[in-house]
Design a protein around this ligand. Structure first.
Ligand code: PEP
Ligand code: MG
Length: 781
């Protein structure tokens, strides 16, 4: 019984001094050595757990060490204790969030309290006999980023627990996590999310990260790598193994960057380059090295840091930071693969084992991981995490792969090879769908293919209604790869280029030169078709981490878009300079977002004039021509339209924002998504008046008017817009075909008359009436 203390440790009175820096690692190593002996010693798991509790107490110079494990129903149960009443084992149970132990589990973070009973979270349990204990320190037991238990020590006297001691406990928790994972103490089934019968078809809702429809079989993204060897025998050797694995990982990433056809320039490459850069993050590597020096193997150290990261991620709301943490998770996985096989890539892709139609199911995914899959077979992606602005979504969009994110418990509920339908357009997936559901989706998928072929055939045909009204259809774009859709769809140009996306995927503001080269490439790819560049629309939910924006109570109405540009004119001027240079000798179209009043537009335009003057003064070739426009998104601007028309060359309605401000209804709030309709009488009245004012502007000469919000891309809504008098619409590439088909089947005069009849309607929405009209008139929707 080498692990038994010869006598009860005595806590020194007063605060215990922190372990000397050089002593901390050797203490941890000693503890790990003893843990290894216990683990290797065999015997029933509960007995081993008791002995572990005992040696932790001894090593940490604590009177109490208790180990709580998570059970079904989000409960923590006392499984072993040294120092508390042994009768309390399996009796004391705390809900997650209850008491200090429950709080550690709820927040997945360590807590050290020198006066625990005084803490408001303290929950006294008489059966444990813990009243004499003053100080307490506990850490979560984490596995795959999930809390599976808590290990805590307590001392009679007031005591300060040092950082090193907390670190030691975290390392011990890592070893305990492996014991829990073996299923000897709590069965894996018990902790699974309950869905009833596991093999019944299941509909899981999520968030659309990239639209589309995919049918395939589930492939669990990188099934968990089980780290078997946890405790290092030779620390210098482990450090060497880490360095070798890192070198292997770096060169594999470099190869990916060098040869990937997809990454030839553009945002994808930038995303990958940023990813490559963070692979050398000193903080991350330092934490792994520290864990090795604490006595773990290189694999266990990488896994420990990964677990801690994943647990922290649960509490991070900032989308950029979450994305960075996802990148670290991805990197840790890669590193583990290099450590276990010496060749990460070989282990990731096992073409023989994978089904022909792959639907990847993952907790989260980095952009590089997506590229590890065979693109000819990858049909769809299901993630437990994620938002539409996640890097993986940007890359998936470029590859046209449907992605549904934020699907709760996806990994626990989906078995490998389960048939899956990814209905990203409707933000849902079906797992193990019945033959009827599958048949319906197969039909939808083949209809889509046929329809797509029809749209391609229509590409060269003009978008003209049956009564001869020409409608200009343009693209909304934000990635270089979107530009190739100009040729594929036959769109007349880019009606809205959202310039913020390249800013969001970078680690720092791009210089004027970098921006100019990007904008130049966009114009090259557009080969003479007009491109309307919208200046930066950051703020709100589009935060740039390097910009130091603060979270706001009401970001949609906050410091965003042109407001930032006017408050930081140097920033806006840098972008305008880049645009002016990129358009040398060509046509330049610039549009300012979120303009609320004419004075704002005038101020922004002055900055552009300054840049044009600067360009002339330096003898740089100016744009051949230029047009400056404003987005109509803020209702206040509607009351100054005639004055705006005197100063602007065109206006474009951002209906997404305009409608949210009109109804005071957050466009991102799913609870309000069905509340108001864009085809409601107030919206249509407003748009009708807007058309009339734009036509009458400038003494009857008129001002060019476009609509570039989501409405323009929906055939029924676009039909209503044409009926109200809109002649220019800008939409996402996949919508051009369907809208063109609608236009070519429409009599613009008839729909205008019908809308006139409905002018005084007080219905909640005119959608069903317009649908009936379309059906009656054979309009293709
Ligand atoms: C809009 O608000 O309609 C718009 C096109 O801008 P964004 O969707 O980028 O806010
Ligand atoms: Mg907008």
């Amino acid at each position: 019984m080498t692990d038994l203390p010869s006598k009860k440790p005595k806590t020194p009175p007063g605060p215990k001094p922190a372990l000397a820096a050089h002593g901390a690692s050797s203490d941890t190593r000693l503890l790990l050595k003893r843990l290894r002996e216990i683990m290797a010693g065999g015997g029933p798991a509960p007995g081993r757990l008791d002995r572990i509790a005992r040696i932790i107490a001894t090593n940490m110079v604590a009177e109490v060490c208790s180990i709580y494990l998570r059970r079904a129903g989000d409960v923590l149960e006392l499984f072993a204790t040294e120092g508390l009443n042994p009768e309390a084992v399996h009796k004391t149970r705390l809900r997650i969030g209850e008491g200090i132990v429950g709080d550690i589990a709820a927040h997945a973070r360590a807590l050290a309290l020198s006066d625990a009973p005084a803490d408001p979270r303290f929950a006294y349990r008489p059966e444990t006999g813990e009243e004499p204990y003053q100080s307490m320190m506990g850490v979560p037991i984490l596995r795959a980023g999930k809390v599976v238990g808590v290990v805590a020590v307590q001392n009679r006297a007031q005591r300060h627990y040092s950082e090193d001691e907390i670190e030691t406990m975290q390392t011990v928790a890592m070893v305990l996590a492996e014991m829990v994972a073996s299923g000897e103490l709590v069965s894996a089934e018990e902790l699974r999310e309950a869905d009833g019968i596991a093999l019944l078809p299941l509909r899981l809702p999520g968030v659309r990260m990239n639209g589309g429809l995919a049918i395939g079989q589930a492939v669990q993204h990188e099934p968990r790598i089980v780290v078997k060897r946890l405790i290092a025998e030779d620390i210098p050797l482990e450090l060497e193994r880490l360095n070798a694995a890192l070198a292997g990982m770096y060169s594999a990433l470099d190869m990916m960057l060098a040869d990937d056809a997809l990454a030839h320039g553009g945002e994808h490459r930038e995303i990958l380059e940023t990813y490559r850069m963070i692979a050398e993050d000193r903080g991350w590597l330092g934490r792994i090295r520290e864990a090795i020096e604490g006595g773990l193997t290189a694999e266990a150290a990488a896994e420990k840091v990964r677990n801690e990261n994943n647990a922290r991620m649960q509490a991070v709301a900032d989308p950029y930071l979450r994305e960075r943490m996802t990148d670290f998770d991805d990197l840790a996985r890669r590193l583990l693969l290099h450590l276990s096989s010496g060749d990460g890539r070989a282990d990731i892709q096992r073409p023989g084992d994978l089904p022909p139609d792959i639907v990847v199911v993952a907790h989260s995914m980095g952009p590089a991981e997506l590229l590890d899959y065979d693109r000819a077979r990858l049909r769809g992606i299901v993630l437990e995490e994620g938002s539409p602005t996640a890097h993986v979504a940007i890359v998936a969009k470029a590859l046209d792969i449907p992605v549904v994110g934020r699907v709760r418990g996806a990994l626990a509920r989906i078995e490998p090879n389960d048939p899956i339908v990814v209905d990203a357009d409707h933000s849902q997936i079906f797992v193990r769908p019945g033959e009827d559901v599958l048949a319906m989706y197969r039909q939808t998928a083949s209809d889509r293919v046929a329809r797509r072929a029809g749209y391609v055939a229509m590409r060269e045909l003009p978008a003209v209604t049956r009564d001869g009204v020409a409608i200009a259809l343009r693209l909304n774009a934000g990635l270089l790869v979107d530009l190739q859709m100009l040729a594929e769809t036959g769109a007349e140009g880019v009606g809205l280029y959202r310039t913020e996306i390249p800013f969001m995927v970078r680690p720092a503001f791009p210089s004027a030169e970098e921006q100019a080269s990007l904008y130049g490439r966009i114009l090259d790819l557009a080969v003479g078709r007009p491109v309307v560049f919208r200046t930066l629309d950051i703020g709100g939910d589009k935060l740039l981490p390097y910009f130091g924006e603060k979270t706001e109570d009401n970001p949609a109405m906050g410091w965003r878009a042109i407001r930032i540009g006017l408050d930081h004119p140097a920033l806006l001027r840098r972008q305008l300079r880049a645009l002016v240079r990129a358009a040398a000798g060509r046509e330049l179209n610039v549009m300012f977002p979120m303009i609320a009043e004419v004075a704002e537009f005038a101020a922004a335009r002055r900055l552009l004039d300054l840049e044009l003057a600067r360009c002339a003064a330096r003898g740089i070739a100016p744009p051949k021509s230029f047009r400056v426009g404003a987005m109509i998104e803020v209702p206040a601007l509607l009351f100054q339209l005639p004055a705006l028309a005197e100063r602007a060359d065109f206006v474009s309605v951002g209906s997404n924002d305009l409608v949210q401000f009109l109804f005071a209804s957050d466009r991102g709030n799913p609870r309000l998504a069905q509340r108001y309709d864009v085809l409601a009488p107030p919206v249509l009245s407003l748009l009708r008046q807007l058309v009339a004012t734009c036509r009458a502007a400038r003494g009857g000469k008129g001002i060019s008017l476009t609509l570039c919000g989501e409405m323009a891309g929906d055939p029924l809504e676009a039909m209503a817009l044409i009926g109200l008098g809109f002649r220019q619409l800008s939409m996402a590439a996949p919508n051009v075909g369907p809208v063109k088909a609608m236009v070519r089947s429409l009599e613009a005069g008839l729909v205008a008359e019908y809308l006139e009849e409905l002018r005084e309607s007080c219905d909640h929405s005119l959608r069903s009436k317009l649908l009936g009209f379309a059906r009656d008139h054979g309009i293709t929707l």
